[in-house]
Ligand binder design. Structure first.
Ligand code: BG6
Length: 443
């Protein structure tokens, strides 16, 4: 599917996400020819910047984060524009009308507009309303799509309220709730591994799988994001979205075909089967923690309570582990242990499928474990662990490993990063890798 000429409007254009992730992703898509020449990017925020000063900021970020240089960088920057808007003030959105007209004219994008909400969540409901007040959401002249960053609400009540607000102005097919984990090649690979190999499917159930571990460990702390993180914690920052999406990929039923609806039907179905925890269950099934000061690579680092933006008496969890159960035929009785945290000894995101051991140990008391390890990052790949005979006398079994590394594929260096993939999909109108409203509510 080719992308049509379009304008990408980034709300929150002076924020971190814009220059660290969004602009670099768009630049890389441009560099490899995936964006073509007929696109424009309009940054929108309160700061009074001009097109030129916005370009300078973005150019600096691209040089810093992407080692960008030369004519390609200059060419890309000519596609960048900026409009200062007080985004909580409906009347101020009038400033967007002439800007958008000018850009659609110049790039022949016929009204096709992708809005990206990279703002504080308090504006997620406000921006659609203000856009609608100026006729900027109707699809009479070109398509309109909106990408919403997490957090999508704080709890089920606020998630539903937010949904209601956005649905007032955009239809579900126009709404793209981004979860960058779904844009990761290795998360998508879970689907290909499971559904393109006859080998795994017969084993992928309660009869052969003992338990599953899903880990999203980070070595970094909360960095400059203490203010945001303290209202979120590990549960809302990583578990409720990224890790539950990974769990869904591991546990979902095969869709009949791969398209946005059938994929997302299966994801929602399995998330709806997650066993709800009562307050009493939480005591036995959930562990929360918070990091304290310590040494990392011979350097002292601050504890969570001393991080910028974090109240000194904060109770927010920076670590969580939870035992999830899935109430359906495939998974009844198989625990899924999911854990995530900041300032853990190492950075690793992986899924480990632990298969049941042999019914009777013939060769030794310590039968090797059969494990399938799917490493999402870093060092992306898959390992299968099983027992083989230890050379020499007797029949002692030894655990060995068969490894596949993504980097061994010659095409691996041309893989799109998560934001590149998801921005491209949204521009194409492919919502397969975006969270649908029912799945978000289930999470
Ligand atoms: C973000 C969280 O969504 O994901 C961050 O807000 C976290 O706190 C990040 O560090 C992890 O993403 P990745 O791609 O580095 O695993």
């Amino acid at each position: 599917m080719n992308i049509e000429n379009s304008c990408i409007v980034i709300f929150g254009a002076s924020g971190d996400l814009t220059f660290r992730k969004l602009i670099p992703a768009l630049y890389n898509l441009f560099r490899v020819g995936r964006l073509g020449q007929h696109f424009s990017v309009l940054g929108v925020a309160r700061s009074e910047l001009t097109d030129d000063s916005f370009r300078t900021k973005m150019r600096d970020a691209l040089i810093k984060f992407e080692k960008a240089e030369g004519q390609e960088l200059e060419d890309f920057c000519t596609h960048l524009y900026y409009q200062a808007v007080n985004t909580s003030e409906a009347l101020d959105y009038a400033k967007l009308l002439p800007r958008l007209d000018e850009l659609h004219d110049k790039y022949g994008s016929c009204g096709n507009t992708l809005y990206y909400l990279s703002t504080p969540p308090s504006l997620y409901g406000v921006i659609p309303e203000c856009l609608a007040a100026h006729g900027l959401t109707t699809e009479e002249y070109g398509w309109k799509r909106i990408i919403v960053e997490k957090p999508f609400g704080y709890d089920i009540k606020t998630a539903k309220e937010l949904d209601e607000k956005i649905h007032h102005y955009f239809e579900e097919h126009q709404i793209y709730r981004i979860d960058h984990y779904l844009g990761k090649e290795t998360v998508q690979n879970l689907l290909v591994l499971r559904f393109s190999n006859g080998l795994f499917e017969p084993l992928w159930n309660r009869n052969f799988i003992d338990y599953v571990e899903i880990t999203g460990a980070e070595a970094i702390g909360v960095e400059e994001r203490g203010g945001y993180y303290d209202g979120s914690g590990a549960m809302r920052d990583m578990f409720q979205n990224h890790l539950l999406q990974v769990l869904a990929m591991v546990a979902m039923e095969p869709p009949a075909i791969i398209n946005a609806d059938s994929m997302r039907d299966e994801v929602a179905k399995v998330l709806h089967c997650l066993h709800p925890l009562t307050a009493e269950d939480v005591k036995n099934n959930v562990v929360l923690g918070q990091y304290v000061a310590g040494e990392v690579d011979d350097q002292m680092v601050a504890g969570y309570l001393a991080e910028k933006g974090v109240p000194a008496d904060s109770n927010t969890e920076t670590y969580m582990a939870i035992k999830c159960e899935i109430d359906n035929w495939r998974w009844a009785g198989v625990p899924f242990y999911v854990r995530t945290g900041k300032r853990l000894p190492t950075r690793v995101t992986e899924v480990v499928i632990h298969f049941k051991t042999t019914p009777h140990p013939v060769f030794s008391q310590n039968a090797p474990e059969n494990k399938l390890i799917i490493r999402v990052q870093p060092d992306e790949g898959i390992s299968m662990r099983f027992g083989l005979k230890k050379p020499g006398a007797g029949f002692e079994a030894k655990e060995v490993s068969m490894d596949f590394r993504y980097s061994d594929l010659s095409s691996a260096s041309s893989l799109l990063t998560a934001y590149e993939r998801l921005l491209l999909d949204a521009l194409k109108g492919d919502a397969t890798l975006f969270a649908r409203t029912d799945a978000v509510h289930a999470c």
